[in-house]
Design a protein around this ligand. Structure first.
Ligand code: IVH
Length: 676
């Protein structure tokens, strides 16, 4: 390239980087991968290195991320919220160490704090006299946005410190920095619920967290499972810890959530080892990290080393090899879910990402394909995080050759060929044919699963065979299967067939709530099923329930009420019910006893159990609580009335303490039920 070409390349890079920076930080909707962004930035830096006179104050190289948007009040940070320089391998780390050793000889003997680099959103939290008064985004590093109401919804964010009144010496004024993120499993769960409700799935956990934190409506933040780790003391008006590790200990002690995965290292070789070991270990973490942060432990020394641009010299980010790759989108397939929701997935040219061969990836929903203009034949960016399903980030438009084909969303269900329909107000497409074989397979899978009727031995492979060979046309047909039917299937012998038939027969003893849950009515999960069983006592009564009767039950809103009424009105479902009754799969609950539920000692109480128990097994304590009128829930929230703890209670106890949830031992729970 001659000088003129280089200059125009520089202009182009600047424009691109501004755009992608905006899409990532302001819109929370990136269209290129982090790796590609880094490449563009590296190229810009290279040209600017050659021609320093071309560096302008507005160059993306001079500012690291984050426009200040106008939506929120602005907050000036007490000191700049800095970024970090990157290292991509051991040599880069060693080069960093040698560079700073030359600047200050104390570095040679320095020790290091090594922390996972969370892939979330930086937040800056202000405390006055121990009270959380304000929280801000990073913004441009100098000025952020006031997102206090959103942050207050994060359960682990202490609204007051110290948590333990024994600790004294809390600064009157304290500012800390941390990262907001979402656990991978919580993210998957969130998307599962979105799909079941016919909504749009979220694309990445980082953007879902960022979108919530930066939303004007704080109920969005409240509805997403946000987590926080705090890792830096930004400012304070008292003598503060002198090392990074002491800071983390102090933060933890006064009540901040602090990552436990922190290492202490005495020399750079050890640092490099630890960082490299993390490449594999990262998979074992419940949240996504995109690297490791290496920090000089001595804070005075670190500060003394100064800053280059926006990056402090005393710390560096060791970035993992990207878990994003590009590959070819061969075709787009469509899955049919239990409720008939159609979801598109990418069929890819096989590609390795972080040691795993990937052939399929989720495309979220049909709107996503259109919004990103993803075409069959495109080169696409695929990302894999933790052990969740890989997903498509978007196409690389400049790689198009012109033969790519635009995708048409399906007009017919790929499994049964019936026309698809779209429910008003929802993004999802549905197959509404109750006889659709794929839906039936998913339905039976749910019907027999552990959380519903727990019919052991009926794995997906068997279910597929039963449906494909026309042995069952609905869930009730399970109860009409004969030994001969099963023996005709692949891989079946006497014993296996008998075991399955026994398990099917046994399922008739399951309580009514399990059967209601198993029916797969939209919005009717474990908790609603129990409410319905307790209030109606039988499927006969539930079948006759009007919308108003259903809505009269606390916790059941108009959508669920509609779904229940609709389900029972559907002719195909009526037929299934009739068949279930005929085969004797018709559990009931004694309604007179039920009427008395409201008087039971734990009526209306939401209870969480944690730790290993002495007098109960897990299912015993569940029955004990429900028999006494209470509800068992799996996670602690502000709606929890009691947390019952056994040995080694773990994180639920911490959460309960933060939320001031009453804590009971097993004995206390028992005596509570005796004190009528
Ligand atoms: S220290 C000057 N520690 O990574 C101190 N950052 O590229 C700089 N991050 O914007 C930050 N986990 O959002 C630090 N344990 C950690 C971190 C961490 C995640 C993020 C942070 C920052 C970015 C740096």
């Amino acid at each position: 390239m001659n000088k003129e070409e280089q200059f125009s390349r520089l202009q182009y890079l600047k424009e691109q980087l501004h755009l992608h920076n905006y899409l990532y930080h302001v819109k929370d909707a990136p269209v290129i991968s982090d790796g590609q962004y880094d490449q563009l930035l590296a190229e810009l830096r290279e040209i600017e290195g050659q021609f320093p006179e071309w560096v302008t104050p507005d160059s993306p190289s001079q500012r690291v991320g984050g426009y200040v948007s106008d939506k929120f009040e602005k907050v000036t940070h007490p000191s700049p919220i800095l970024s970090l320089a990157n290292a991509f391998n051991g040599d880069d780390l060693r080069a960093w160490f040698e560079r700073i050793s030359k600047l200050d000889e104390r570095v040679v003997k320095a020790d290091f704090a090594i922390e996972p680099k969370l892939d979330g959103l930086t937040v800056v939290l202000h405390y006055e006299n121990g009270i959380f008064v304000q929280g801000a985004t990073r913004g441009d590093g100098e000025i952020g946005e006031d997102i206090t109401p959103n942050l207050k919804t994060i359960p682990t964010l202490p609204l007051k410190i110290p948590v333990d009144d024994q600790i004294s010496n809390i600064p009157n004024y304290l500012v800390v920095r941390g990262e907001v993120f979402i656990d991978l499993k919580d993210f998957e769960e969130l998307n599962k619920r979105q799909i079941e409700a016919g909504g749009k799935t979220y694309q990445t956990s980082r953007n879902t967290a960022a979108g919530a934190v930066r939303n004007l409506d704080s109920s969005i933040a409240a509805s997403r499972p946000l987590r926080l780790f705090v890792y830096t003391i930004v400012a304070g008006d008292q003598s503060l810890p002198r090392t990074q590790l002491e800071s983390l200990d102090w933060l933890k002690k006064v009540g901040f959530p602090v990552n436990n995965e922190i290492a202490h290292s005495q020399n750079i070789n050890d640092v490099i080892n630890i960082c490299e070991n993390w490449i594999e270990k990262r998979e074992s973490l419940p949240y996504e990290i995109d690297g490791i942060v290496v920090k000089i432990n001595d804070l005075e020394l670190s500060e003394n080393l100064g800053i280059v641009g926006k990056d402090p010299r005393g710390a560096i980010a060791y970035k993992f090899p990207a878990k994003e790759v590009t590959t070819k989108l061969m075709d787009i397939g469509v899955n049919v879910g239990r409720t008939g929701v159609l979801t598109p997935y990418a069929m890819l040219e096989a590609v390795e990402i972080g040691g795993v061969i990937v052939r399929q990836a989720t495309l979220h929903n049909f709107d996503f394909i259109e919004e990103k203009d993803i075409r069959i034949g495109d080169t696409v960016i695929v990302k894999r995080a933790g052990d969740v399903i890989p997903y498509i980030i978007g196409p690389i438009e400049i790689a198009r050759t012109g033969i790519e084909k635009e995708y048409q969303r399906p007009k017919e269900c790929p499994a049964c060929g019936e026309p698809v329909s779209r429910v008003e107000g929802e993004v999802a497409l549905y197959c509404i044919n109750p006889g659709c074989p794929e839906q039936l397979i998913r339905n039976i899978e749910h019907f027999v699963s552990r959380s519903t009727l727990d019919i052991v031995g009926l794995g997906i492979k068997v279910v597929e065979q039963l449906v494909n060979q026309d042995l069952i046309k609905d869930v009730a047909d399970l109860y009409r299967l004969s030994k001969d039917d099963l023996m005709g299937l692949e891989g079946f012998a006497d014993k296996k067939a008998e075991n399955i038939l026994t398990a099917i027969e046994e399922s008739k003893k399951q309580p009514l709530e399990k059967l209601i849950f198993a029916l797969g009515i939209m919005g009717v999960g474990e908790v609603v099923s129990l409410d319905l069983a307790r209030n109606f006592g039988s499927l006969d009564a539930l079948e006759l329930a009007k919308k108003g009767d259903l809505e009269a039950i606390p916790g059941i809103g108009p959508n669920i009420a509609d779904a229940v009424v609709e389900w029972f009105n559907h002719p195909a479902n009526k037929k299934v019910l009739e068949k279930l009754r005929a085969v004797g799969m018709w559990p009931t609950k004694n309604i007179d006893i039920l009427k008395a539920v409201a008087q039971l000692p734990l009526a209306g109480m939401s209870i969480v159990v944690t730790g290993s128990l002495e007098s109960f097994t897990r299912s015993e304590i569940k029955s004990f609580i429900t028999d006494n009128g209470g509800k068992v829930s799996s996670s602690v929230s502000s709606k929890t009335d009691y947390l019952v703890i056994g040995e080694k209670p773990g994180s639920k106890l911490e959460k309960a303490q933060e939320l001031n949830v009453k804590i009971l031992t097993e004995d206390e729970l028992i005596s509570l039920t005796n004190n009528e």
